[in-house]
Design a protein around this ligand. Structure first.
Ligand SMILES: Cc1cc2nc3c(=O)[nH]c(=O)nc-3n(C[C@H](O)[C@H](O)[C@H](O)COP(=O)(O)OP(=O)(O)OC[C@H]3O[C@@H](n4cnc5c(N)ncnc54)[C@H](O)[C@@H]3O)c2cc1C
Ligand code: SF4
Ligand code: SF4
Length: 599
């Protein structure tokens, strides 16, 4: 193998698995260490710079970082990265003095359609640079689906108000209750750029017999949830069936339990493991006495003269073809009718752009989605950008934020007369953590604790009040314990071959058998010859040559604990523990305009 180029910005970035997996590349270990030191405001600000909504995301993020977390490879559970973010938000001081000031206007006007996380992230990046940002939203207040869909028992209004206000107070003009009904008209207003963050606002229909006749008691999940959020609906029948297996279904069933549903069931076509809902959302629903029934396909709504009385299901089972592709086939059992008073349909979301004229210069594909460049977020109209759910279909808040950063950078480049396809390199800092011969500036003592549970409100109390937040968050003591589970993956093991005398002391002391000195070879062959098996081929091998014997040093980055024992043991200082910090470029950062390699 070729020696590893550790100066490439992405090499060590990938070793920080959580940060690499986060769409906004939040510097996770950095803020976790600050939490351990009780520096909550500093931890909050690091989050605010990258993911914009730490308090909101600390309660609701889909957490792509956690399945990637190294701790989950060396024991069962990853670090509770997401809930530690909430700790920073809960225990911070007043940080308003640390936010950017509304700045002198630069004469450029940007229109943003929709006031959800995507548009707000764009506005947050552009307003401090002097742009006049106008956000239009059909809803009266900013927040998008964070406000209209996510139930208050998961995300209180006070948290949404606080974090949307931090952004709106940067001098952003918010026009609530204003639906944009024509892109052509908006283009005629001569904005310097337009950002479309209008989300995926349409719930998918379930057109089976009885749908029209029993319509009064069949509700589209996302419409129903927003009616609950805005106080237009405050009760539901005693027996409720929720159709669908995603997170919307989980929010529907838990909301129904709080509005009078006593017998609430979630019924899903697929198996339990394949359901789209996150494991913790399913757990929370089941904890609230909501059974999940799988492999049942709804075939008809049953009604008595238009009054819904139940739903009939066909029972199915999964069958796999030779390529492993799954299909659902009838199980050969009789259909089953389950009685109910109301049905909530949560079988998916769709995009809808009735207000974008198809001849205004924005091309759409065969699925009726705008053609959007995933790197720049630009459409085929040079001045129009998309992001969040409007760009590629329903995703989540953290992806909406990541799109927002990319679109803001493109808009800033466009207005500055630069090529938007040239993406700047992130800034990378790497520095030794050596404080003495065997002492590091970070705590490298590996905690053996298992993941700490987040305390929940008593179920009886929680089910009585739809606004009572269920998760209570870590207290300071639990937060410290959880923070100490982090393996500091950003403190990198850096090897200097010219100092190595090949004594093998590091090989002997490494508790995970990460290090091997051997003859070089092809990657597949080298992986076979390592001291410990190397099963995760997506994890890099760090290869260094230049040793006197002609061998190479190969370090499998997979399960390294970043404990620093190799560096402590090494008699010549060939190993060093160096902290790697990568600052993703946002609009306005000063940066070289050389293309970055990935991320
Ligand atoms: C029930 C449910 C629960 C969810 N829970 C989570 C969760 O826990 N965690 C998570 O990460 N994600 C969750 N999501 C997904 C998340 O809410 C969205 O992915 C995210 O809000 C998308 O952000 P956005 O900015 O693209 O659009 P949105 O948040 O959808 O905001 C779009 C805004 O645009 C406005 N708008 C639309 N058209 C127009 C127009 N023509 N003129 C003016 N305004 C317009 C809408 O009123 C809306 O306010 C959930 C979604 C649902 C449905
Ligand atoms: S152990 Fe810490 S730094 Fe490493 S991936 Fe997990 S959260 Fe990130
Ligand atoms: S830091 Fe060094 S000793 Fe510790 S696990 Fe990693 S390679 Fe092994």
């Amino acid at each position: 193998m070729k020696p590893t180029d550790i100066s490439a910005p992405d090499y060590f970035h990938k070793v920080v698995d959580c940060q690499w997996a986060c769409p906004a590349h939040t510097p996770v270990p950095e803020y976790i260490r600050l939490i351990a030191q009780g520096r909550y405001s500093d931890a909050y600000m690091i989050n605010w710079q990258s993911n914009v909504f730490p308090g909101i995301l600390g309660r609701t993020c889909d957490r792509p970082c956690e399945p990637a977390c190294r701790r989950g490879r060396v024991e069962e559970n990853p670090v509770a990265i997401c809930r530690l973010k909430r700790v920073a938000a809960d225990f911070k001081d007043d940080i308003r003095q640390r936010l950017p000031r509304p700045s002198a206007r630069n004469g450029k006007r940007i229109a943003l359609v929709g006031g959800g996380p995507a548009s707000l992230a764009v506005a947050r990046d552009l307003a401090p640079l002097g742009y006049h940002c106008t956000v239009f939203d059909a809803d009266p207040k900013a927040g998008g689906m964070m406000r209209s869909q996510i139930p208050k028992f998961r995300l209180p209004d006070s948290v949404i108000d606080e974090e949307t206000d931090y952004i709106l107070n940067l001098g952003i003009e918010f026009k609530g209750g204003t639906r944009i009904d024509s892109m052509k008209k908006l283009l005629a207003d001569k904005y310097d750029a337009i950002f479309v963050g209008s989300g995926a606002p349409r719930g998918r229909e379930l057109d089976i017999p009885g749908r029209k006749e029993a319509a009064k008691n069949i509700h589209i999940g996302i419409d129903w949830l927003s009616s609950v959020s805005f106080g237009h609906i405050d009760k539901i029948g005693k027996r409720v069936i929720v159709l669908g297996g995603g997170n919307t279904a989980m929010d529907c069933c838990r909301t129904a339990r709080r509005l009078g549903g006593e017998d609430v069931k979630v019924i899903v076509r697929s198996g339990f493991e394949e359901m789209k809902a996150s494991p913790w959302e399913k757990e929370d629903a089941m904890h609230e006495d909501i059974p999940i029934l799988n492999f049942m396909v709804p075939v008809a709504f049953v009604h008595d003269n238009g009054k819904l009385t139940g739903v009939t299901f066909q029972k199915v089972r999964a069958e796999y073809d030779a390529k492993g592709k799954r299909s659902l086939v009838p199980a050969g059992e009789p259909d089953q009718t389950i009685p109910c008073d109301d049905v909530l349909v949560a079988v998916g979301q769709e995009n809808a752009f009735p207000w974008i004229e198809r001849d205004c210069g924005i091309e759409f594909d065969k699925w009726n989605m705008p053609k959007v460049d995933p790197k720049t977020m630009g459409s085929t109209h040079p001045k129009v950008f998309f992001g969040g759910d409007a760009a590629f279909g329903p995703k989540n808040i953290i992806w909406a934020v990541a799109h927002g950063h990319d679109a803001a950078l493109s808009i800033h480049k466009l207005v500055s007369g630069e090529d938007i396809s040239e993406r700047p390199l992130p800034e990378v800092h790497i520095s030794s953590q050596k404080m003495g011969i065997h002492e590091w500036s970070y705590d490298n003592d590996i905690s053996a604790d298992m993941r700490f549970k987040v305390p929940h409100r008593d179920k009886v109390v929680a089910l009585k009040d739809i606004r009572a937040e269920v998760e209570l968050g870590y207290d300071v003591k639990l937060a410290l314990g959880e923070a100490q589970r982090c393996l500091n993956c950003d403190v990198q093991t850096v090897f200097a071959p010219n100092l190595c005398i090949e004594c093998d002391a590091c090989v002997d002391i490494c508790p995970m058998d990460c290090i091997t000195f051997t003859e070089n070879g092809e990657e597949g062959d080298l992986r076979q010859r390592l001291k410990a098996p190397s099963p995760h081929h997506d994890q890099a091998l760090y290869v260094a040559d230049g040793l006197k014997t002609g061998r190479v040093m190969v370090k499998d980055e997979d399960v390294c604990l970043h404990c620093g024992l190799c560096a402590e043991r090494c008699p010549t200082g060939a190993w060093d523990m160096q902290k790697y910090l990568i600052d993703m470029v946002h609009a306005g950062s000063s940066c070289p305009t050389k293309s970055r390699s990935a991320a």
